[in-house]
Design a protein. Structure first.
Length: 244
């Protein structure tokens, strides 16, 4: 039997807690990793736990910059030749009322949460293999809006639309899906006002925060053959908060 080629995954925001769980799961599946983040120090520390450069590349990558995405694509091409999975998970969550949002805040949120997804996919597009899969981490905020998080929610809503558009354009070679997490217990949510956090837990039927590994397992599903007829979909992973 011919030996199967090892699969390659690019994960952005890979110093983040959700991305790290995704990387750990992919690593267990023997998938080669290209991990990127703007926080080079934390990224390097994490990548060092996953093996040498032949299995795991760590690249400083500001997702808001197209030239950084092109550099990531060049490194991928040089190291592995192609890409089977892209997980867009870099994100910035800001708490700002409408009166507080300045032009710079707005632009920064759009640049990281929305442009970053587009730039990464655009740069890696020529490397996508037949049967490849892209998973964009959106948010419950992008589905139904979020009080005092308008730039974030708007950008994440854009990610959902981008997902459905690219699912059409990249088919049948590549599937493109999104996940909309609810409240997941990572440092991103530590900044949430304690009263709002408690109120959201109270209105979550499962009565708790989600864990990063509970998002990773859904990413893994969307990348697997078990999801081979799914594209343009967004999965809600929020303990039922969405239906309340
Ligand atoms: N934690 C939640 O409750 C929750 C809910 C819904 C959606 N999400 C989404 O899940 C994804 C992962 O979030 P997390 O909870 O693991 O948060 P996290 O803060 O642990 O990870 C986010 C990562 O993004 C990186 N990042 C920020 N700006 C960047 C930039 N310009 N370029 C590259 N990397 C950058 C950060 O350095 C960090 O490592 C994000 O897209 C977030 O919006 C999280």
């Amino acid at each position: 039997m011919p030996q199967q080629r090892q699969q390659v995954a690019v994960i952005t925001g890979a110093a983040g807690e959700i991305s790290q769980q995704i990387a750990l799961l992919f690593s267990k599946r023997n998938i080669k990793l290209v991990l990127t983040d703007i926080d080079e120090t934390s990224l390097g520390r994490f990548a060092a736990t996953l093996g040498g450069e032949s299995d795991c590349l760590a690249i400083r990558h500001d997702v808001a910059k197209m030239e950084d995405a092109e550099r990531v694509a060049e490194s991928c091409r040089g190291a592995f030749g192609q890409v089977d999975y892209i997980v867009n998970a870099a994100g910035l969550y800001q708490h700002l009322s409408l009166a507080e949002i300045g032009e710079e805040d707005w632009r920064k949120s759009m640049a990281i949460n929305l442009d970053g997804v587009f730039f990464t996919i655009q740069a890696l597009r020529p490397l996508l293999s037949k049967g490849s899969s892209i998973v964009n981490i959106a948010s419950l905020a992008g589905q139904r809006g979020s009080l005092n998080h308008t730039p974030y929610a708007t950008a994440k809503g854009g990610v959902l639309t981008l997902t459905r558009s690219l699912a059409q354009e990249l088919a049948p070679r590549t599937r493109v899906n999104a996940i909309s997490p609810g409240l997941i217990d990572t440092r991103m949510m530590e900044s949430l006002d304690a009263a709002k956090r408690q109120a959201m837990i109270s209105s979550t039927p499962l009565q708790r925060l989600g864990r990063p590994d509970e998002i990773a397992s859904v990413v893994d599903f969307l990348c697997s053959d078990a999801a081979s007829f799914m594209t343009g979909e967004s999965l809600q992973v929020n303990g039922g908060l969405y239906i309340n």
